[in-house]
Design a protein around this ligand. Sequence first.
Ligand code: SIN
Ligand code: CO
Length: 390
Amino acid sequence: MTSIPLCLPDSISPEQFLSEYWQKKPLLIKQGLPQLIGMFEPEDMLGLALEEDASARLLTQAATKQEGLPQWQLKKSPLTEADFDNLPEQWTVLVQNLEQWSPELGQLWQAFDFIPQWQRDDIMVSYAPKGGSVGKHYDDYDVFLAQGFGSRRWQLGKFCDKHTEFVADEPIRLFDDMGEIIFDEILEAGDVLYVPPKLSHFGVAQDDCLTFSFGCRRPNLMQIIDSLADVATNDSDLFIPMLLPQTLQPSGELQADSIVAIKNQLLQMLQSERGDDIIRQAVSEVVSKRQYDALVPEEALNTDELIQALADGATLQADYSNRLLYNRTDDGIAVYANGQRLDGVDKATAALLMRLADGEHLQSHDVTEVDPDELMEWLENGWIWVDYAE
Ligand code: SIN
Ligand code: CO
């Protein structure tokens, strides 16, 4: 199915990782992602940070903390070459959403196929010269920190919580005290460190260093509630006023009983089959939304070139800077792309989109039944990309 081996030590199965480590414990995976070695040089990432459409941040750190002044400075994109003049010794540049710029890098998500695609956020790179770091901090999400170039020393400390205090007046969330250091190792290119949410971590570049963060995400309840409202807007039955029992009450009061009766009807609806449908759709729309605006592809193929490329052995693969997912309903398969359910998809097409969403590489013979114009549309929408490498 996929050509990239899973990023786990030989001794740990995906099931074991999910039950013992995921969201619980860090894990060092020596040479977990050897494909990263030599894929990029620091110069490539510096170039990317300067692109007009990049989501980049330049973080500089003064050598010493002066009373009353922040020690760190943060500049967000657009970044210019001038921003890189006269930098202090310690700095880091971060670029988000690298899948948009390199589908080959995006494909490395397949090494984490034990994490559902909808829980993946994006790949971020940090470039820092020797000594650079983003400080001691924690993240709310799981992250796989993969060393791509040079080496970085990683220290892990205590788990944080909402009471953890950050250093005041700095432009980023960081703290001084990581508690007891439970891990202290230097990662070389190809090594990967899994860090669960809220675990304090601190990575310092040992030399010119590129670290790729494969970051995860999960929706929050507010996003789901918001999406429920959007989906429900299209359900005319829900606009019919409710019938409520009436008791004699002061005319100015909205009584708790009435609120309970309304809440019960709301919960009943959510727990009915219709509720299942609305919730399924609301969740699917939220988790299939892309985080970053799509970039216009630089040079699109035309239909003949696409057919030729496939005939020459190229494959079609899901483009992980977009979100393609499916779920099973009583009526069949619902496919979602970038926050929207695809209507009017026939069974055969849905089956192909499912295979793509699952990470399969489709070859010419897999798509003979599909109208090439439809494939072109998928390509133009950014759901897929053409890999000439195989
Ligand atoms: C880094 O690559 O320096 C920071 C990544 C992280 O701490 O999440
Ligand atoms: Co972090």
